[in-house]
Design a protein around this ligand. Structure first.
Ligand code: PXP
Length: 247
């Protein structure tokens, strides 16, 4: 059964819009866990646009499922992450002007730099995932740098305008997941997934974890976080059953 990672960054984005204390991503994480979240995901950005160090410290104490920290390979952030010891880290690319994480991490061109960083986390027993586009070069490089998992970027699939384009993207993701598993990497996926487009990803990828933020937090404004997470869990569960029935 594919597990659900709920990204609570957007709760912090709303708080930071007023530089106040509410809404609190810690409360959001607890409610998400009550709704069935299997993982809580946050991204501590270098520009501290949403999640702050205080959030990471408190979530490390409060989250009882699994804490997944997205981060860049910047030395300052790596140092904080090693000190706070999340259960899992996911390396993502970071650019100041981007609205959200755009492309996947170019692991192939950064192998030399990533190898010692990945090793430091693994030595501490922290699971290491790399957020990449579903490309052979990036998958092979992820294995070479010692990652445990890849998180396949589903943005191109989610943003595809035509059905044929979406099918092509889904096939690329499926092939990427297959290759990753063949060489011993676990498979997560995420970005741009919502209640409508998540089904085929669940069925085709059989990912370990899906990391979803924007659509769940958006729905939560109307139905509350617990309910929004429950609804996403239901969709994932239904599509897991469909995939199993087809085997
Ligand atoms: N996975 C990664 C690596 C991300 O950077 C993000 C965005 O923060 C997500 C998943 C979630 O994307 P979305 O908010 O579009 O669901």
């Amino acid at each position: 059964m594919t597990r659900l990672g709920v990204n609570v960054d957007h709760v912090a984005t709303l708080r930071q819009a007023r530089r106040t204390y509410e809404p609190d991503p810690i409360t959001a994480a607890s409610l998400a866990e009550q709704g069935g979240a299997d993982v809580i995901t946050i991204h501590l950005r270098e520009d501290r646009r949403h999640i702050q160090e205080r959030d990471l410290k408190l979530l490390r104490q409060v989250v009882f499922t699994k804490l997944n920290l997205e981060l860049s390979a910047a030395p300052e952030i790596v140092k904080i992450a090693l000190a706070e010891r999340p259960d899992q880290v996911t390396f993502v690319p970071e650019r100041r002007q981007e609205i959200t994480t755009e492309g996947g991490l170019d692991v192939a061109s950064q192998k030399k730099g990533l190898i010692p960083i990945v090793k430091r986390f693994k030595t501490q027993g922290i699971i290491v995932s790399l957020f990449i586009d579903p490309e052979e070069e990036q998958i092979m490089a992820s294995k070479e740098v010692g990652a445990d998992l890849v998180e396949l970027h589903t943005g191109a699939y989610a943003n595809a305008k035509r059905e044929s384009q979406q099918k092509d993207m889904l096939e690329r993701l499926r092939a990427g997941a297959q290759l990753s598993r063949q060489i011993g990497l676990g498979v997560n996926a995420g970005h741009g997934l919502n209640y409508k487009n998540v089904g085929p990803v669940v069925e085709e990828l059989a990912a370990e974890e899906l990391h979803i933020g924007h659509s769940i937090i958006s729905r939560a404004i109307f139905v509350g976080i617990k309910r929004a997470v429950e609804e996403m869990k239901e969709v994932i569960y239904r599509h897991c059953l469909l995939a199993n029935a087809r085997k």
